[in-house]
Ligand binder design. Sequence first.
Ligand code: ADP
Ligand code: MG
Length: 250
Amino acid sequence: MIVVEDLHKHFGGFRAVDGASLEIAKGSITGLIGPNGAGKSTLFNVIAGVYTPTSGRVIMDGEDITGLPPHELFHKGLLRTFQIAHEFSSMTVRENLMMVPAAQSGETLWNAWFGRKRIAEEERALAKKADEVLDFLTISHLADERAGNLSGGQKKLLELGRTMMVDAKIVFLDEVGAGVNRTLLNTIGDAIVRLNKERGYTFCVIEHDMDFIGRLCDPVIVMAEGKVLAEGSAAHIMENEAVIEAYLGR
Ligand code: ADP
Ligand code: MG
């Protein structure tokens, strides 16, 4: 589904991504691991159109998508989750979800084109969709809570929920488990598996928790110093000498 070919992203003279090549198979939950500073987030940001690469290509379903802006990738179903922006923290969880389709498509004057009745109908449809998403994620009880009051893990679930308000095909998750308690991490893991199995989502997941990676991800890609160091099943890569060295340091 995604092919990354010899990708480079340099910041000045520093090579954050230094010739990374990898593939993400359709229908997979692919893990991306590696020591801090390996270039994982930078790679995500290049794939998701946040950064333009220094060189190299990103192909999605056979089409060259290198350097496309995030909103165009969004329309192709490629999504990267983002933290809930500060200005949305006083809105409820349901309202945050309802914002997604309009906000991401950039159609901010959209409402002006429709009569009031039509707006009300659209809003009802969006609210219904948002409630279905919350039900799927087992957080219906949080619908009317302000987003700013959610715990770290609940926010991660809301971020995942935002991808469900549109027709995502592939979702990139950067450190889903950071600062999340074990119970909620399991809920997030379950949601990812169900989105993968029931909705056909493909995932690429950066995560430090090897238990989480081992349970969810196949294959697992290991990055170090801007390059792909190894790829394989979680069990396989954990026995790889080069991987162990990269984590322990030379
Ligand atoms: P990871 O997510 O694997 O921990 P990152 O992709 O965040 O690694 O960072 C890789 C390296 O690139 C780090 O050394 C980081 O300091 C550097 N880096 C990341 N973003 C920038 C930037 N915008 N400007 C300069 N250096 C950056
Ligand atoms: Mg990172």
